[in-house]
Design a protein around this ligand. Structure first.
Ligand code: GLC
Length: 788
């Protein structure tokens, strides 16, 4: 069933049926004040940390409740409803609703008994508070007497888990106060005398006089009631009770009389601020400010997305590539894995590999932002080249403990190095250099996490040293605590083929950089290392028709044709191609094998068959039901690599088939269940009774990997250090497409046409060699024709 549609001109997803298969969310603000909101206004807010700075309560796994609730009431007959379909949940035949998830804002519209409401939720740019701007229109022919109630359920304490389970403490440390026009919640109030109290929270109403209020959840909801029928709303009046020893909330009520056709606007503000700041903030709000803040958000996002836009024959692809995939990439870039509706950021730091991969998703749109994050991630490399598996939000380069130090494990929960972390720097940094041509970055000095510092170039050499100093069996790179696959423990001596291909790519990138700098010694060493690694890969990982996944500490192969379970793994096959290690003829055969044995209508599974009986100690995937996550699920991040590998081999039809199979916009929403505009972490694989159902949306590596596979793979925009290759791998049925791209500050209007005369590329009317545009040939504005 369709629950909505894309509104491409407004860059919104419009949900027209509110009973979506799962809560469909949007992300507002930034982790300074982060807000997750669903199509039924469910979700929560936090300041700084989703687990330790929680402002609004949300009960995980509990029907998307509570949320940012606005109740409306007819004061003549007492009938009441909510501005979102839930929580009151009026029968759909009497209630119309619309949710518009936009870039940095969400709008909920509702119509019930001739009253229209429209509420826009957003966090202003750089803001540390959120705004719920509510307009109510009387479309009746007679005047209407209405009540509006805004309801925000504060946590009793910033720590999510304390708030949920340690009530013997958290309920007795919090109070609410009423200082018109807001409810203020304080925590450990007495400690303020010592300057040690946690910050307070406020919920304000601006634009109408407050008729009644309460700051106590119990007195708002009433005994044995829920969010669907709060006693205060039913009664039409809050009782003025404030919290002292129970659960705090902000509930603010206004009575309005609306003439026929009249519209009134009320603003609700919420955040973590001290009393005077809250008063000051509320005092400065009005409808004009809301308009200008929304315009600011829209300018911000327009700016972020303007460096690439495409027009292909496929609408879902256009919408995803132009708007939703990059939007998700930016959100993931900023939020890392901070908070969602299914986890709340207990990690309290940036996962190294995840963050370095996330950067790849935004390089083509915002290289300066990518550079800043690269600097940060390089500064989380330890002096010997390994990377901190978890980089604290409070990271201080030069002063951090490293995993050698027991204190690091205690503090972060990460006992040792991951084998792959620092290797992600190579493709990410290379993409940045190729996009910008900023080779000077390689000479920039950046500190290490623990001590000392080096140029970026030397950071990379150190990263290679780390891998070369951690070789296991047969002189291949060791799996250590994990490689990309968190569920694969191969150990100190066990070795991973995915890692070997990553290292092979890293070495070849280093060789290119060294050659470019005239560093003959390094270039030669890289050539030698690369050739030696390729030989070892061939000798120990090639299994006749596939690459195996690794070799465990006892010398047993993992994922070979003879394995009773998990006999074919996706990543080694795709990465043998992405790394340039497998030759073309072999690459084609590998892709065919993957297609025969791993493909489902929803993408290719991570490996097959899933672990069920033939278990091995280090295969933590066995913990999951067969077909879930790393145990034979369709791990969606890896679809990006598969699409890319197909595109590198110029198999446009197959690349696009995989794209469509896993594209959220193109799927059966009742089956997939997740948002049609956001990628998830995985879909269930073949062994599951729910093949194709997806999970863990939004903050996932899928966003950046698929983004890269679209831009570099399908669209074929492949910059290198000296220029841009344009080699699209599009479906044979497409007659052409156009793209507008900003590359190194120059504008390119690119037309791709299937004339049958290609492959050929002309720049401003001049024929170029090999589908390639040297950067120094670009004018300010360029017309590019690519014939295929
Ligand atoms: C999750 C992790 C990521 C890991 C992947 C595969 O997405 O965040 O770091 O690479 O799972 O295990």
């Amino acid at each position: 069933m369709e629950y909505g549609h894309f509104d491409t001109s407004r860059r919104e997803y419009v949900i027209t049926k509110p009973n979506t298969p799962s809560p469909w969310a949007n992300y507002l603000g930034s982790p300074d004040h982060g807000a997750i909101i669903t199509n039924n206004a469910g979700g929560y807010s936090f300041a700084g940390s989703g687990s330790a700075g929680r402002v609004l309560r949300y009960r995980f796994n509990e029907q998307d409740k509570p949320g940012r609730y606005l109740y409306l009431r007819d004061d003549e007959d007492g009938d009441f409803w909510s501005a979102s379909w839930q929580p009151v949940g009026k029968p759909p035949e009497t209630y119309t609703s619309l949710c518009r998830h936009g870039l940095g804002y969400t709008v909920l519209e509702a119509g019930y008994r001739s009253v229209l409401s429209r509420v826009t939720y957003y966090v202003p740019m750089g803001g540390r508070h959120e705004v719920w701007s509510l307009s109510i229109t009387n479309t009746d022919t007679k005047p209407r007497a209405l009540s509006v109630f805004g309801y925000a359920e504060f946590t009793n304490e910033g720590h999510y888990d304390q708030d949920q389970i340690n009530l013997q403490y958290t309920q007795f440390i919090t109070r609410t106060h009423f200082y018109a026009p807001f409810i203020l919640q304080t925590i450990n109030e007495n400690n303020a005398v010592l300057g040690e109290a946690p910050p307070s929270r406020f919920f304000a109403m601006v634009g109408e006089d407050i008729t009644s209020y309460c700051g106590d959840r119990h007195s708002f909801l009433g005994r044995y009631r829920g969010y669907e029928n709060p006693v205060a709303v039913e009664r039409g009046l809050c009782d003025g009770e404030l919290n002292y020893g129970g659960n705090g909330c902000g509930a603010l009520h206004a009575r309005l009389r609306l003439a026929p056709g009249e519209t009134r606007t009320l603003l609700f503000l919420l955040g973590q601020l001290e009393r005077d700041d809250a008063r000051c903030l509320a005092g400065g709000y009005n409808a004009q400010r809301v308009q200008s803040e929304l315009a600011g958000l829209s300018d911000h996002w327009r700016g972020k997305l303007q460096n690439l836009s495409v027009k292909t024959p496929d609408r879902a692809f256009n919408t995803m590539v132009n708007t939703w995939n990059p939007y998700q990439c930016f959100i993931t870039f900023h939020w890392s894995r901070a908070a969602s509706l299914i986890y709340c950021g207990l990690r309290n730091g940036y996962g190294y590999r995840d963050s370095v991969q996330d950067i790849q998703g935004i390089i083509h749109l915002d290289p300066p932002m990518a550079k800043e994050k690269l600097q940060f991630m390089l500064s989380a490399q330890v002096h010997h080249g390994g990377a901190l598996p978890l980089v604290k939000f409070t990271h201080h380069p030069g002063e951090e403990n490293s995993p050698e130090d027991p204190a690091y494990a205690l503090e972060t929960g990460h006992p040792s190095y991951r084998a792959d972390d620092a290797l992600w720097l190579f493709p990410t940094l290379y993409k940045y250099l190729a996009e910008t041509g900023n080779m000077a970055f390689l000479d920039e000095k950046i500190p290490y996490a623990d001590r000392g510092g080096d140029s970026v170039y030397r950071h990379l050499l150190k990263a290679l040293d780390f891998s070369m100093n951690h070789l296991g069996l047969h002189g291949l790179p060791a799996g250590l605590h994990a490689d990309w696959n968190d569920c694969l423990r191969l150990g100190e001596k066990g070795v991973s083929s995915f890692l070997a291909f990553q290292l092979y790519l890293a070495i070849s990138i280093m060789a290119r950089l060294a050659a470019r700098r005239g560093d003959g010694e390094v270039a030669k060493a890289m050539e030698r290392n690369g050739a030696q690694l390729a030989e070892r890969i061939e000798a120990h990982y090639w299994d006749g028709d596939r690459y195996i996944r690794g070799i465990d500490e006892n010398g047993e192969p993992v994922g070979s044709a003879a394995s009773p379970e998990a006999s074919l793994w996706l990543n080694p096959q795709t990465w043998s191609i992405i790394s340039g290690c497998a030759g073309d003829a072999r690459a084609e055969k590998l892709l065919d094998l993957v297609n025969r044995e791993l493909a489902t209508p929803y993408g290719a599974v991570l490996m097959a068959p899933a672990y069920k009986e033939h278990l091995r100690e280090g295969a933590l995937a066995r913990l999951f039901n067969p077909g879930m996550k790393e145990n034979g699920g369709v791990f969606l991040q890896t679809q990006g690599w598969l699409i890319l590998a197909e595109a590198y081999m110029d198999r446009g039809d197959q690349a696009f088939n995989y794209y469509t199979a896993s594209c959220p916009a193109a799927q059966d929403h009742d089956l997939r269940e997740m948002e049609p505009y956001a990628y998830s972490q995985f879909s269930e694989g073949m062994e599951s009774p729910h093949t194709g159902r997806s999970h863990v949306p939004w903050l996932t590596g899928t966003a950046s990997t698929v983004m890269v596979s679209c831009v570099e793979g399908i669209l074929g925009l492949r910059p290198d250090l000296d220029g841009l290759k344009i080699s699209p791998a599009i479906p044979s049925r497409w007659k052409g497409m156009t793209m507008e791209k900003v590359y190194r500050g120059k504008r390119l209007n690119i037309e791709v046409a299937r004339t049958g005369k290609g492959p050929a590329l002309s720049l401003n009317g001049q024929k170029m060699e090999g589908l390639y545009i040297p950067a120094n040939r670009l004018e300010e504005e360029n017309e590019v024709l690519v014939e295929i």
